[in-house]
Design a protein around this ligand. Structure first.
Ligand SMILES: Nc1nc2c(c(=O)[nH]1)N[C@H]1C(S)=C(S)[C@@H](COP(=O)(O)O)O[C@H]1N2
Ligand SMILES: [Mo]
Length: 317
C-alpha cells in the first residue's frame, strides 16, 4: 500500500511537474524513502500566485486514496474543523479565524539537539514540498481524506541532530489571546501541546504540512505549518506550530491534561479499543453520506505496526 498523490488521480495537466511518492512497505523498511522523496521531481511549494492558480480541486468522484476512498471536498476540509484556540464549534472556526495572520512566523526547534535552529516561514516553504493523500480520523468518530503538501518531519530532525538523550518530540501551538478567542476564554489550559516518540516522529509518513489541495493552509487548518500523523487520531496532528522541542521524558499533551482517562499519549487509531464514551469501530465520512469501518492504524498498519511490537495497545491508548 502506498499513500497516493493527487498526481495519481487527477489529470496530469493540472500539475506542473509530476513526482513519485513512497513506493511501499519495502521502500519504507529499506530506509530508501527519504531519497525517493528528495529527488528532482518535486511539486512546487503551494502558493496562491503560483502556477497552480487555476487548479480546480478534483471532484470527489474523480479522486481517491489508495483504498479507493474519495478525497474530501475542499469546502468540507476548510469548513468543518477542530481548532479550539478559536472556538469549539467546528463550523464556526473558519469565521473566527478569518483575521488570523500567521505571517511573520517562525518555528523554534531546540531542546536535546546538537544544532538548535529557528525556521522562518520562508525556510519552511522553501523546503521541497511533496503531496500526500492521507486519511484523517478524528477521535470523535468522523473522517476525511486530505491531499496535503508538506515534507517529512525527519528532514528537520536530521538537520537539528537529536542527542542520544532525546527520546520524544514535543510540539507547541501558538496561543495568542489577541488573535484567538478560545485562548482568551476559560476551560482549557493553553498552549496546545502534542508529542511523539522519536521513532514515530522519524517515520516517513509523519509530515509537517504547509498546504492542502495545492494552496497554502488556511488559518482554520493550522496555518502556516502543522503536523500530520495519519495513523493517529486527528488531535495528534497539532496546528499552527511555533515550537518543536526534543526531550527525554514523555510530554504531557493538551488532551492528556484535559481528560487523562479519555485521551492517552499514543492515540493510535484502533477500532478495537473504544473511547470510554463511544465505540471507535466506525466513522462518519465528512463531505459524503454514510459511515465506514474504522481500520487499525487508520489503514496504515503495514507501514507502522512495527513501531508498536510487543506493546499493549489497550493499555497504551
Ligand atoms: N492547536 C490545535 N491543533 C489541533 C486541534 C486544536 O484544537 N488545536 N484540533 C485537533 C483535532 S481534534 C483534529 S481532528 C485535527 C483536525 O484537523 P483539520 O481541522 O485540519 O481537519 O486537528 C488537530 N489539531
Ligand atoms: Mo479530532
Amino acid at each position: 500500500m502506498k499513500p497516493l498523490t493527487a498526481d495519481d488521480v487527477t489529470p496530469e495537466h493540472l500539475y506542473l511537474r509530476r513526482r513519485e511518492f513512497i513506493r511501499g512497505v519495502g521502500a519504507v523498511l529499506a530506509g530508501a524513502v527519504l531519497s525517493a522523496c528528495v529527488g528532482p521531481r518535486q511539486t512546487q511549494a503551494p502558493d496562491a500566485p503560483q502556477p497552480t492558480v487555476d487548479f480546480t480541486p478534483p471532484a470527489a468522484s474523480q479522486a481517491t486514496d489508495e483504498l479507493g476512498y474519495a478525497l474530501t471536498p475542499l469546502d468540507s476540509i476548510t469548513g468543518y474543523t477542530n481548532f479550539y484556540e478559536f472556538t469549539t464549534s467546528k463550523t464556526d472556526v473558519a469565521r473566527q479565524a478569518q483575521g488570523f495572520i500567521p505571517d511573520p512566523w517562525s518555528v523554534e526547534v531546540g531542546g536535546l539537539v546538537a544544532n538548535p535552529r529557528r525556521y522562518s516561514l520562508a525556510d519552511l516553504r522553501g523546503i521541497p514540498q511533496e503531496e500526500r493523500i492521507y486519511r484523517m480520523r478524528c477521535v470523535e468518530g468522523w473522517s476525511m481524506v486530505i491531499p496535503w503538501q508538506g515534507f517529512e518531519l525527519a528532514r528537520i530532525l536530521d538537520e537539528v541532530q537529536p542527542t542520544a538523550d532525546a527520546r520524544y518530540v514535543q510540539f507547541e501551538s501558538l496561543a495568542d489571546p489577541e488573535q484567538m478567542p478560545g485562548v482568551a476564554g476559560r476551560g482549557f489550559t493553553w498552549p496546545y501541546i502534542e508529542g511523539l516518540r522519536l521513532d514515530e516522529a522519524r517515520h516517513p509518513f509523519t509530515i509537517l504540512a504547509t498546504g492542502l489541495y495545492s494552496k497554502y493552509l488556511l488559518a482554520q487548518n493550522g496555518a502556516p505549518v502543522r503536523l500530520v500523523v495519519p495513523w493517529k487520531y486527528g488531535f495528534k496532528s497539532i496546528k499552527s506550530i511555533i515550537k518543536i522541542t526534543l526531550v527525554a521524558e514523555m510530554p504531557t499533551t493538551f488532551w492528556m491534561r484535559t481528560g487523562p482517562r479519555e485521551y492517552g499519549f499514543y492515540a493510535n487509531v484502533n477500532p478495537n479499543v473504544p473511547h470510554p464514551r463511544w465505540s471507535q469501530a466506525t466513522e462518519r465520512v465528512i463531505g459524503a453520506i454514510g459511515q465506514r469501518e474504522t481500520l487499525l492504524f487508520n489503514g496504515y498498519a503495514d507501514e507502522v505496526a512495527s513501531l508498536y511490537t510487543g506493546m499493549d495497545l489497550r493499555a497504551n491508548f
